[in-house]
Design a protein around this ligand. Structure first.
Ligand SMILES: NC(=O)c1ccc[n+]([C@@H]2O[C@H](COP(=O)([O-])OP(=O)(O)OC[C@H]3O[C@@H](n4cnc5c(N)ncnc54)[C@H](O)[C@@H]3O)[C@@H](O)[C@H]2O)c1
Length: 424
């Protein structure tokens, strides 16, 4: 099929590349021209595991074409995916990027002789697809469903495993009020042989929130259980394994650690909380899930202080700056509040990440960045591990104080100065 993806960020680019490598003809458009220049040159605009080789394949097969003009992609596409950001704002969700795409699409829909299906892939509050459809009718003077289609098709990928998730793990949720459109989108996904679930638009939109809130709640739950178990010198990770606790649509093992980060979980919970509050339906559970997560960075810094005494001028190494392995994304990374707190306590901070150093330099230019993990260990008195990059499991940690936030050091390699954030 011929597709247009609007927004070449983490979600949009994965969608575009995976569909292109699945034999579709995909056009990708972003308002940031430099991103398109990079894509044209087969360069990734950000790091994601396996993205470079997949981008290369998509560009060299001519199945992926960056376009600098929305109308160019629009004319060629049968299905248009909207993958722009939907950040959180104080009183809910900021849909301004989505509605500016609506305004840009309206004149194209108005003058188009062929019927297009628009797919909202961004995470949006229930009811948004219906409101978007009405706005598009109003702006284009065309009618849904005869002149165009609108579908909700939330993205469930996990950064760091995004390509694998898109191709193998995740369910496909298609929310549509129109059976024919749902069938068309189903046909696009069928070659991937993933379970496809058809729902209404509102239900599909809500499903994404339920998924993310459940994942976050399970993570805070296991972390809190871990903190209690640690008091008894019990390792929660053994219990998690014994009980076969799992998380996410891919059913991945639930691991304790220093909390969830990334662009989505907290943002989506806060958006839902704001809406729930407006509807007079507050959620104590979601508030607590966020509180548990927020408490962990301070707890870790306090932990260091218990071991080292006052942290002023003490040399602390932060190993892992991205919010997890496999990505250079530092949005809501646990390393940010920890660095802020260490700075507040006047610690001397060293930092290392295999991929995210440049991004972190733009947030904290004043801390010292190391070229290698080993350099960081050698320069630090205590090392805090905050991302689960594989290389961190096999380093020579000497006899340094280690606070492991991701359970990356195998039991056999843990020294006497090792401690887990919520396991002994
Ligand atoms: N990042 C994830 O892992 C993930 C996973 C599932 C769902 N989502 C959801 O997907 C959506 C996108 O998230 P993201 O992380 O990819 O965001 P992002 O900020 O990385 O990417 C958004 C892109 O949209 C572009 N854009 C904005 N307005 C535009 C316009 N008018 N025309 C063309 N391009 C425009 C931006 O330049 C940017 O490149 C969000 O709703 C998010 O909640 C993200």
């Amino acid at each position: 099929m011929n597709l247009l993806v609007i927004g070449a960020g983490y979600a949009g680019l994965i969608t575009a590349i995976c569909f292109a490598n699945n034999g579709n003809r995909v056009y990708v458009y972003d308002k940031i021209k430099e991103k398109l220049d990079k894509l044209k040159a087969s360069e990734t605009p950000f790091f994601e595991e396996n993205l470079a080789s997949n981008l290369d394949k998509a560009i060299s097969s001519n199945n992926l074409t960056p376009v600098y003009n929305l109308s160019e992609g629009f004319e060629k596409a049968e299905i248009i995916f909207i993958c722009v950001a939907t950040p959180c704002k104080e009183n809910g969700i900021d849909l301004s990027q989505l509605y500016s795409v609506c305004e840009e699409l309206a004149p194209l829909i108005k003058s188009s002789s062929s019927r297009k299906i628009i797919v909202i892939r961004s995470t949006v509050i229930p009811g948004t697809t219906i409101a978007f459809t009405k706005k598009l009718e109003e702006l284009s003077s065309k009618k849904y469903p005869q002149d165009f289609g609108v579908i909700a098709n939330p993205e469930f990928l996990r950064q760091g495993d995004a390509i694998q998730d898109f191709l193998n793990h995740n369910k496909v949720i298609i929310g549509s009020e129109n059976e024919e459109d749902a069938k068309t989108l189903k046909q696009l996904y069928e070659p991937l042989e993933r379970p496809i679930i058809l729902l209404s638009t509102k239900t599909a939109e809500m499903a994404k929130y339920v998924n993310n809130c459940l994942s976050a709640t399970k993570i805070s739950f296991i972390n809190e259980m871990g903190l209690i178990a640690k008091e008894f010198d019990v390792d929660i990770n053994e219990i998690s394994q014994a009980l076969d606790l799992r998380v996410g649509p891919g059913n991945f093992p639930l691991k304790a650690g220093c909390g969830f980060g990334g662009s989505c979980l907290e943002k989506d919970m806060r958006a839902l909380l704001a809406v729930a509050h407006k509807e007079n339906s507050p959620s104590i559970l979601l508030e607590s899930t966020i509180s548990v997560n927020d408490s962990l960075p301070i707890r870790m810094v306090n932990n260091l202080e218990n071991k080292l005494g006052p942290l002023e001028r003490r040399k602390i190494g932060i190993l892992g700056l991205s919010f997890k392995r496999g990505t250079d994304d530092i949005r809501n990374s646990r390393s940010v509040p920890i660095i802020i707190e260490l700075k507040r306590r006047n610690a001397t901070i060293f930092a290392y990440d295999p991929k995210a150093t440049e991004k972190m330099k733009s947030v904290f230019s004043e801390i010292s960045y190391c070229e290698t993990a080993q350099e960081l260990i050698d320069k630090s008195e205590a090392v805090v591990i905050l991302a689960d990059w594989e290389e961190f499991s096999d380093l020579d940690y000497r006899d340094k104080i280690i606070l492991d936030g991701r359970n990356v050091i195998p039991k056999a390699k843990r020294g006497k100065n090792y401690e887990g954030v919520c396991w002994p």
